[in-house]
Design a protein around this ligand. Structure first.
Ligand code: ADP
Ligand code: MG
Length: 425
């Protein structure tokens, strides 16, 4: 089977999306790659397709157990021999999985970066052929990224212990140049093919609303979008419960998701959202990683997120099917305080010393400031986001950039009039 055969047979697709094929080809030609593509662009296929065409095993370094589970679940369902080895398994299960892996039963193995440092894993890795190491969510390697994970720094020393250097491929949705340079340098990519697809998602309409009565706004929004699937993100579990209760009390059947719910409840609620039994979910940002629902028509942020990276990732879950969708951020000054509090009271990472910790806090605050700027700008919201990620959108008209599709570029008078009922006096 060739790459098209794999694409069709295992994944059911007839063609590659922009950027995918170039990365697949580069990997198959033996080159290192760095793929920088927005959420939903289809980064996984870029390494999964070549993984199935290479002789050895592909190791995928992934930061979250939930991500690994989703990916491996999907691969297994597609008939691909894949597994994860992580702390959700018992020691016994890990031993067994490693023994199977050593026998060559898995083509793709997902691991957290910490796993690479364990003796058992190294023993396995040095006894088999590893064709490729893929670093997913590769921005975790950079202290300039929003989710720095120190153990990502040790990936290269693992690679050096292998008999043969595998191809290294890295993928992220974070496009800032500092993060990109860190990935290239820390993973020591060799003459890599670097591919950045544009970050613009033209089917998304961005809106920022300075609204005091957020509950009424959301209630009216859901009533006028009754047929649609959507996500309402809140900053805290308490807010999730509050909004959830408010909507249910008003006869709207929605579901909820946050880390305070039991595992069963989370699974059940997630399924009822995915299968459109309850098409709207009220959730904290614990919801969404690895969730791939194509027909999400709106993502409303009840609270402002901590940074543009997070906002774009969460908002980007709307409109994966390419249909027009809305991303609405409800701004209130209190949300700055909530986020500052989160930043200042974050649990210290035991692997980072105090000085470093303080530096990261300053970075987080800078990112928060940019998020606040986004909420306050009178310029084009789309342009703001693209520039934040280092893109310079063409401006053939000259003057103020106009995307003709955000709440600062399109002034909808009827909507504005309706909004006034909820605004700050
Ligand atoms: P990312 O990691 O970039 O956020 P994913 O790899 O999770 O994105 O892919 C997002 C969605 O796009 C998935 O549902 C995936 O199946 C779909 N997808 C990826 N490549 C293609 C393709 N060539 N044709 C159609 N759908 C695709
Ligand atoms: Mg991904």
């Amino acid at each position: 089977m060739d790459k098209y055969g794999i694409l069709k047979h295992y994944f059911g697709y007839d063609s590659f999306r922009p950027g995918q094929e170039k990365l697949v080809d580069a990997i198959l030609a033996g080159q290192d790659v760095l793929g920088i593509m927005p959420t939903g662009a289809g980064k996984s296929l870029c390494y999964q397709v070549p993984a199935l065409l290479m002789s050895g095993i592909t190791l995928v370094v992934s930061p979250l157990i939930s991500l690994m589970k989703d990916q491996v679940g999907a691969l297994n369902q597609a008939g691909v021999h894949a597994a994860y080895i992580n702390s959700s398994l018992t020691d016994n299960q890990i031993t067994k999985a490693l023994a199977y892996a050593k026998q060559g039963r898995y083509k793709i193995i997902y691991v957290a970066p910490e796993r690479l440092e364990t003796w058992g894993f190294l023993d396995f890795a040095t006894h088999v052929e590893i064709s490729m190491i893929t670093v997913d969510e590769a921005h975790c390697i950079s202290q300039w990224g929003q989710d720095f994970r120190p153990s990502y720094l040790n990936i290269l020393s693992f690679v050096k212990k292998l008999a043969r250097r595998p191809i290294i491929s890295a993928f992220t949705a974070t496009a800032t140049s500092k993060v990109r340079d860190d990935i290239l340098q820390i993973l020591s990519l060799e003459r890599p093919v670097i591919l950045t697809t544009g970050f613009d998602r033209s089917n998304l309409t961005f809106k920022v609303k300075h609204i005091k009565d957020k509950d009424s706004y959301i209630l009216d929004y859901l009533v006028s979008h009754r047929q649609d699937s959507g996500i309402i993100y809140c900053a805290t579990r308490k807010n999730v419960e509050k909004v959830y209760d408010m909507l249910n009390a008003n006869g709207l059947s929605v579901t909820k998701y946050h880390a305070g719910l039991s595992a069963e409840e989370r699974k059940e609620n997630q399924d009822s959202f995915i299968y459109d039994i309850k098409p709207v979910v009220v959730a904290t940002n614990a919801f969404g990683m690895g969730i791939d629902k194509s027909n999400v028509r709106f993502v409303i942020h009840y609270n402002m997120p901590q940074c543009i990276e997070n906002y774009y990732q969460e908002a980007g879950r709307a409109g994966r099917d390419g249909e027009d969708s809305e991303c609405v951020l409800l701004y209130s000054p209190q949300d700055i305080m909530i986020n500052k509090f989160f930043i200042e009271h974050r649990e210290p990472n035991p692997d980072i010393d105090a000085e470093e910790q303080a530096r990261l806090m300053i970075l987080d605050k800078r990112r928060l400031n940019a998020m606040v700027d986004y909420c306050k700008t009178t310029g084009c919201l789309r342009e703001y986001i693209l520039k934040y990620f280092g893109e310079r959108p063409d401006n053939p008209e000259g003057g103020r950039y106009n995307c003709h599709n955000c709440s600062n570029c399109v002034v909808d008078e009827a909507e504005q009039e309706a909004d006034e009922a909820y605004m700050y006096p």
